[in-house]
Design a protein around this ligand. Structure first.
Ligand SMILES: Cc1cc2nc3c(=O)[nH]c(=O)nc-3n(C[C@H](O)[C@H](O)[C@H](O)COP(=O)(O)O)c2cc1C
Length: 260
């Protein structure tokens, strides 16, 4: 057993030799890293028992080693595993979902459709990402008590973004979080990104508790734990039309359908 100087984590000789990097033969099966990337799915049912601390630290370590613009590392991590706090987060997030849907859900009656729709459409224009049809539908489900916000995850890792980061700190946070998600999956844990945490940021109580003030903002959170049963199902990926520029400046790119 040697020691990884940078992360202070023990590294076995076997682990060094098994590194799946640097080998490629056309048609070869997915290597370990590729399988983790391709086979990871969002988990929305967790066992109550949380992951051991050592495993959470390992997942955090994968995030800490993420690349970032100018190595600015514009992040701060928070681990929430108090059942009391998690229950209160769920309660408040559901309350906020109900409030938003009371204000915005014009599908609930004819009268609402007539009077509320123009207002809702305006708010959707102002918050197009937050109120895209997918989160809008999810908010409806939560408001009708048909699904949970945090899916009962026994641990939540919050990723705070330092807005002073170089170039695009939100991109750095995405990379950092995905490192964590992939590491967790490789260790047998389940994860789910939980963008609806933003519901809590409307309440000063949660901003105060998590220290969300300048220069930090809450980018997103990831729920982690032992999967309970299978994932919801395969979510299809679009075929991408990829342009390959291989000739001169005047030559049009060759378009390849990636994913077929
Ligand atoms: C930034 C981000 C936020 C997300 N927020 C939520 C969420 O609030 N609730 C949820 O159930 N899933 C959430 N997801 C999970 C996505 O729905 C999921 O990744 C997507 O449908 C693809 O499915 P897969 O992860 O199983 O491959 C989020 C994913 C990302 C990347």
């Amino acid at each position: 057993m040697t020691h990884n100087e940078k992360s202070n984590l023990p590294v076995t000789e076997d682990a060094i030799q098994d590194r799946p990097q640097g080998k490629f033969v056309e048609g070869q099966p997915w290597n370990e890293v590729e399988r983790v990337i391709i086979e990871r799915r969002s988990i929305r049912r967790f066992k109550r028992e949380p992951l051991p601390d050592a495993m959470i630290r390992r997942i955090l370590e994968a995030g800490r080693f993420a690349p970032s613009a100018g190595n600015c590392q514009p992040w701060k991590f928070i681990v929430v595993r108090s059942p009391q706090i998690l229950a209160e987060m769920e309660k408040d997030a559901v309350m906020m979902a109900k409030l938003f849907m009371w204000l915005l859900d014009y599908t609930r009656s004819r009268l609402r459709r007539i009077f509320l729709m123009p207002f809702t459409k305006l708010v959707i224009r102002l918050l197009p990402n937050q109120l895209h049809p997918v989160p809008f539908g999810l908010l409806q489900q939560i408001a009708r008590d048909k699904t949970l916000v945090f899916h009962g995850a026994p641990t939540i890792i919050a990723l705070l973004e330092d807005r002073r980061g170089i170039s695009s700190p939100a991109t750095d946070i995405g990379i950092c979080g995905q490192n964590m998600v992939l590491a967790a999956h490789s260790l047998g844990a389940g994860t789910c990104w939980l963008g609806l945490i933003k519901l809590l940021m409307y309440l000063p109580k949660w901003r105060r508790l998590f220290g969300v003030r300048y220069p930090y903002r809450l980018n997103d959170v990831i729920g982690v734990g032992w999967p309970a049963g299978d994932y919801d199902g395969e979510v299809p990926r679009e075929v991408q039309l990829v342009q390959w520029f291989e000739g001169g400046m005047k030559e049009p790119p060759r378009v390849e359908r990636q994913g077929e």
